[in-house]
Ligand binder design. Structure first.
Ligand code: PHE
Length: 359
């Protein structure tokens, strides 16, 4: 190759590269050019290699030209990259622009279901009395739900608890499971579980969901909530039961709440009582809500029957105890003047969000 050829090639390449650099619109394209021109197998590199083909005398001048072009190109590339980088940053700042003054998206904060707020109030009151919380399963056995509670099979008192049975697997038409699996009709079976799991002195409340075979209307449901209570100790008496429940009613409804005990009947307590508070709607003067009696029954209770203590593994000659059970649903409805129990079970946020503030 002649010196003139090579000189022309170098000048052409310089001009072409300068044009291409100016035309490059992003940093990637500039890097590509650098690779094509100055890279190990780039075009200017190839030209420099072919220097050996020109006469030795002329090499220094051409070499100087080529190296000069190389330096200029390197500088031009760096400058172009700087320009484009700045422009890239501007483009990104524009595209990813944040409006710091825009209002935030509201975060939905959950809240307790009104039934659970009442349950929590019960927990707090009984916690102050020294009770722990003990929980049992919603799916129970006939043995725990009835027999251990002194309710033998075919005993007429079973009619008090219309039961939802679990079907024997594969039975068609369905028949009750042979192993006696049912949905618990009250929280009382948890008394047995607590007695078996804990050592006296026992002082527990047992909240939970219960189920009964009941047609659904404004005041009935196949599912509802109860809180059970149990105390077992060596000197526990009916007086302790009365004192505890009166204090509970006062903590829930105020110091001057009127209360009364009436005789009741449950197979698992003896004696049994019903516990009333002055009507929460009319205050005691008589209204449709209290059937003009001035009283509302909020729970059933009594001294734990010796058969039940024994079923719980507790010696009735040494220990006595009392138990009580109350429904959460009606207490919640009265608190918020909710006219229909179905509203509490429907999981409709338009209804439930009214209770976002707690009580
Ligand atoms: N388990 C009874 C019911 O569901 C309530 C109760 C509990 C009564 C404990 C006495 C003692 O109706």
């Amino acid at each position: 190759m002649t010196t003139d050829d090579l000189t022309r090639q170098i000048r052409d390449l310089h001009a072409e590269a300068t044009g291409a650099l100016a035309a490059a619109t992003d940093a990637g394209a500039v890097e590509g050019l650098r690779h094509d021109l100055l890279g190990r197998s780039g075009r200017l590199t190839a030209i420099l290699r072919s220097l050996s083909t020109v006469p030795a005398r002329e090499r220094p001048a051409i070499g100087q030209l080529a190296n000069g072009v190389r330096g200029e190109l390197e500088e031009a590339i760096a400058q172009r990259l700087g320009e484009l980088g700045g422009r890239d940053l501007e483009a990104r700042l524009e595209a990813e622009r944040l409006d710091m003054t825009a209002p935030g998206r509201p975060v939905r904060v959950g809240h307790l279901h009104p039934l659970m707020t009442v349950e929590r109030d019960f927990r707090e009151i009984f916690h102050a009395f020294g009770f722990e919380v003990f929980e049992g399963p919603e799916i129970e056995t006939d043995e725990m739900n009835f027999e251990a509670l002194n309710i033998p099979p075919d005993h007429p008192s079973r009619d008090l608890w219309d039961t939802l049975f679990i079907a024997e697997p594969g039975s068609d038409p369905p028949v009750p499971a042979a192993d006696g699996t049912i949905l618990r009709t009250h929280t009382s079976p948890v008394q047995i579980r607590a007695m078996r799991a804990l050592e006296p002195p026992i002082r527990v409340i047992m909240p939970g969901r219960c189920f009964r075979y009941d047609a659904v209307d404004a005041s009935h449901s196949f599912e509802f909530f109860q809180v059970e209570g149990l105390v077992v100790d060596e000197t526990t008496s009916l007086a302790d039961l009365k004192g505890t429940l009166i204090e509970f009613a006062r903590a829930l409804y105020g110091r001057d709440t009127r209360t009364r005990f009436r005789p009741g009947y449950y197979p698992f307590t003896e004696p049994s009582v019903a516990f009333d508070v002055g009507c929460l709607v009319c205050g005691g003067s008589g209204c449709p809500a209290c059937r003009r009696t001035g009283w509302m029954t909020i729970l059933g209770a009594g001294m734990v029957h010796p058969h039940v203590l024994r079923a719980g593994g507790i010696d009735p000659d040494r220990y006595q105890g009392y138990a009580f059970g109350m429904g959460l649903d009606r207490i919640t409805m009265l608190r918020h003047e909710i006219p229909d129990l179905r509203l509490l079970m429907a999981a409709d946020l338009r209804f439930l969000d009214q209770f976002a503030g707690g009580r």
